[in-house]
Design a protein around this ligand. Structure first.
Ligand SMILES: O=P(O)(O)OC[C@@H](O)[C@@H](O)c1c[nH]c2ccccc12
Length: 260
């Protein structure tokens, strides 16, 4: 089993337990479930380049990024730094995140929030809305096109935006549904952890113009952004480069100041 298969198997077990503990009917009673979502897409179009800062404590490839990071402090600083949106890891087992982190981020900032997790079931999309997210991630490497179609349609129905994550041309071509808003090219191969910005450059011209292009992972300097902008990327998802420093908010502020 590769890491993605391991994560998917674990996620299915987790979701089965969550459904028992907090049924959909209970999620639908939570106040955020009825809130109007913010648009990450619009925010990324307003400020160029648009930076999506990520709150991430650890990952399978980097087990100790920032284990004691405080979500309120860092998301508040990300907002002040001029981020266009914030990605919050909610996977506990492999990334050390939680839904509580997402809920706390929601109480702290007014920016669009991406629930960063591994969606394998419609339940998680309803949960994302109920916990205050504005955007969900769908990872083409772990879902069938029929699932991407179904999950993205549900997200739209709930008013959420959909960021489709692809890593190669086949994943892209099979999933160009009109219920997808943003397409993210992950520069990290989630099966091997290899990172190369060339993945973004190679796929850029194959992404139809109606989708906002996001480049994800492995971005560590502003020169990379300048380069990727030439290929039409408008959004840049950056986690480790900020989170690994002592003051992620300050690092993000300096980075964004250099760009705008
Ligand atoms: O920390 P980085 O290299 O800047 O990467 C951020 C983000 O792109 C990465 O965390 C990510 C991209 N796609 C994912 C899917 C699941 C979990 C995490 C991710």
């Amino acid at each position: 089993m590769n890491i993605l298969e391991k994560i998917a198997a674990h996620k299915k077990q987790e979701v089965a337990i969550s459904k028992e503990e907090v049924p959909v009917e209970s999620l639908e009673l939570l106040p955020h479930y009825h809130r109007k979502c913010l648009s990450l897409r619009e925010n990324l179009q307003k400020v160029q380049p648009g930076i999506i800062t990520e709150f991430k404590r650890r990952s399978p490839s980097h087990p100790e990024i920032n284990l004691t990071a405080d979500v309120e402090k860092i998301t508040a600083a990300y907002e002040a730094a001029g981020a266009s949106g914030i990605s919050v890891l909610t996977d506990e087992e492999f990334f050390g995140g939680s839904l509580d982190d997402l809920a706390l981020a929601r109480e702290t900032v007014k920016l669009p929030l991406l629930r960063k997790d591994f969606v394998v079931d419609e339940y998680q999309i309803i949960e994302a809305k109920a916990m205050g997210a504005d955007v969900i991630l769908l990872i083409a490497a772990m879902l069938k096109p029929s699932e991407i179609r179904q999950f993205s349609a549900l997200a739209k129905k709930l008013g959420l935006e959909v960021l489709l994550e692809v890593h190669n041309e086949e994943e892209l071509k099979n999933n160009l549904f009109d219920t997808v808003d943003l397409i993210g090219v992950n520069n990290r191969n989630l099966k091997t952890f290899e990172v190369d910005l060339q993945f973004s450059k190679d796929l850029a011209e194959k992404i139809p113009g109606e989708y906002l292009k996001v480049s994800e992972s492995g971005i560590s300097d502003t020169a990379a952004i300048r380069e990727l902008q030439k290929y039409g990327f408008q959004g840049f998802l950056i986690g480790g480069n900020f989170m690994k420093t002592e003051d992620p908010g300050k690092s993000a502020a300096e980075f964004i100041k250099e760009l705008i």
